[in-house]
Design a protein around this ligand. Structure first.
Ligand SMILES: NC(=O)c1ccc[n+]([C@@H]2O[C@H](COP(=O)([O-])OP(=O)(O)OC[C@H]3O[C@@H](n4cnc5c(N)ncnc54)[C@H](O)[C@@H]3O)[C@@H](O)[C@H]2O)c1
Ligand SMILES: [Zn+2]
Length: 357
């Protein structure tokens, strides 16, 4: 097992990574009061509820099991968590445990942020995407029909337990979606890691335990560093949104759950790479390398064929990175180096939006 720390002063917390971390007593160590509310979904609960509950015998454990899918990441289903918390009379010392992928983690975390103005929660991420990204950093929230993740809060967990063994039941397409975020870390921050990914993509897709553990560790290490520097995303943390402005537009356009988040991020990152190349910041060989790696990871490299520049423009204008009416994008200066900027050529952006069709 490996342990990382997200360094946020008195709100610092550990990330435990490795095979079998759920089998240890780690979970119980991070529960503060007597009450636990397990939040999971209909797919993950039957698989891993027993492993989680086995270490919680000394606590009163209640559960809320939500339907499975991004389409249910909304206020109505989020409210079901409060229904259970109140029905079972949970008090301010309760601990919520999010057992599932990013959808459950985001919803349970946001419920923990709001229940009685804030209670503890523990992330037990069960997808690659949630282990490398969404469980770390304290962004929580739900979708609105008009925009992804538009309602939410910053609320850090007290611990993250990433058990690599749970990935064995993850569908291939979900594994690929998680690899999109892993590739993102290489692109924005670590050219050597990008090269390592080029050399180890087949091992990752065949779920080699050592390769996965290293990819998760390095991804969490980069994320933890950026979050510690900039918890509220005033600066460097925004680089983690590479490909996401385009990607969120794709997800919203396609309808939540039609395109997986990671798939949309892959296609969105190709658009960011294309624009970076048009700006002369990276060259065509770099774009080819990025495209090859996404393809090797089993990810799409273009948005849905029915999306027009008008669709993108309309959806991107509501993006959270629009400041004072100016769209800001994360673009690449090199493989391993990204920048947040509103200094891109509008005509080049238009070409990128048209070029993808
Ligand atoms: N908070 C953040 O910083 C952050 C960052 C990135 C993404 N996100 C959010 O995360 C969400 C995407 O997360 P995701 O990709 O984990 O999707 P997800 O939560 O929908 O999980 C994907 C699918 O895998 C199933 N599943 C989960 N674990 C499994 C396992 N071990 N075995 C078998 N099946 C399993 C789920 O039930 C679901 O059907 C999006 O809503 C996105 O906005 C948040
Ligand atoms: Zn993401």
């Amino acid at each position: 097992m490996q342990t990382l720390t997200v360094d946020l002063g008195d709100r610092s917390y550990p990330i435990y990574i490795g095979a079998g971390v759920l089998q240890q007593s780690l979970l119980a160590q991070h529960v503060r009061g007597k009450q636990v509310m397990l939040v999971s979904n209909e797919t993950v609960a039957p698989l891993y509820r027993a492993a989680v509950c086995q270490s919680l015998s000394e606590f009163e454990v209640d559960e809320v099991i939500l339907p499975d899918g991004e389409a249910y990441k909304d206020l109505a289903h989020w409210n079901q968590i409060f229904d259970q918390l109140l029905l079972k009379r949970h008090n301010r010392t309760t601990t919520l445990i999010a057992l599932g992928g990013g959808v459950i983690g985001d919803m349970a975390g946001f419920a923990a942020a709001c229940y009685q103005r804030g209670v503890n929660f523990i992330q037990v991420p069960t997808t690659l995407l949630s282990q490398v990204d969404s469980s770390v950093g304290g962004k929580t929230g739900v979708n609105h029909p008009a925009g992804k993740n538009m309602i939410g809060a910053f609320h850090q967990p007290v611990a993250v337990l990433a058990d690599t063994e749970v990935l064995n039941t993850l569908p291939d397409v979900e594994l690929s979606a998680g690899l999109a975020e892993v590739i993102k870390y290489g692109l924005i921050h670590d050219a050597d890691f990008f090269t390592w990914l080029e050399n180890n993509m087949q091992a990752l897709r065949s779920r080699n335990a050592d390769a996965l553990a290293y990819a998760i560790y390095r991804s969490c290490e980069i994320k933890a560093e950026m979050v510690a520097l900039d918890e509220r995303e005033a600066g460097v943390r925004a680089l983690l949104n590479l490909g996401h402005t385009f990607g969120h537009a794709i997800e919203t356009h396609a309808g939540y759950g039609q395109w997986l988040h990671g798939q949309a991020v892959a296609a969105g990152t190709m658009m960011a790479a294309d624009l970076s190349c048009r700006m002369g910041w990276i060259n065509a060989d770099d774009v080819d390398r990025i495209e090859r790696l996404f393809k090797a990871a089993g990810l799409p490299i273009k948005p849905p064929a029915d999306m027009t520049p008008a669709h993108f423009n309309a959806l991107m204008s509501i993006d959270k990175k629009v400041l004072d009416g100016r769209l800001r994008l994360v673009l690449l200066e090199a493989i391993g180096q990204a920048v947040v900027t509103d200094q891109f050529d509008q005509a080049a952006l238009m070409q990128t939006l048209q070029g993808v069709r």
